[in-house]
Design a protein around this ligand. Structure first.
Ligand SMILES: [Zn+2]
Length: 158
């Protein structure tokens, strides 16, 4: 369901994206909003930081977590200039944001030469058809990290 503030926050995300292009970066911007206030903003930093995971949404999520001092962003909304790719959608799930709102979509991104649509289609296909081999190898001690985790009385669940 659209909210009354959506257009305003999306306009900010789009401004961030367009400004990033002027600065030599990718055409993506995002922000995290809680209770009508911006917690943090992000712009795509892939080429600048040599970081293929530095998508605007991920940059915004990292900055927001740093700003609030928590690994959970429950109670926030992620606004982004473009539909989150599978990476950013997963990051949104991990960050426990309440809601994701986007402007342009995967088809707009494809027109710009980005792989969002291609990756969504890839995820919808059987992995055996991928060019990227993703091989399950299961040594005897494969579950050991989870045994250690479950036995740790100092663990922080997330
Ligand atoms: Zn992304």
């Amino acid at each position: 369901m659209p909210h009354s503030d959506d257009a305003r926050w999306l306009a900010r995300a789009i401004d961030l994206a367009v400004a990033n292009v002027a600065d030599g970066g990718g055409p993506f911007g995002a922000l995290i909003v809680r209770d009508g206030e911006i917690v943090a903003e992000g712009q795509n930093r892939v080429t600048r930081d040599l970081d293929p995971t530095a998508h605007a949404e991920v940059v915004a999520i990292r900055a927001a977590c740093s700003a609030v001092g928590d690994f959970s962003l429950a109670g926030t909304t992620l606004y982004t200039s473009c539909e989150p790719c599978p990476l950013c959608l997963s990051a949104s799930l991990w960050a426990r944001v309440d809601r994701v709102v986007f402007a342009a979509d995967r088809h707009d991104a494809a027109r710009g030469g980005f792989d969002d649509l291609e990756f969504y289609e890839l995820f919808a296909r059987d992995r055996s058809t991928w060019d990227l081999p993703v091989d399950a190898v299961r040594p005897e001690n494969a579950p050991a990290p989870f045994d250690a985790w479950l036995a740790a009385d100092h663990r922080t669940d997330y």
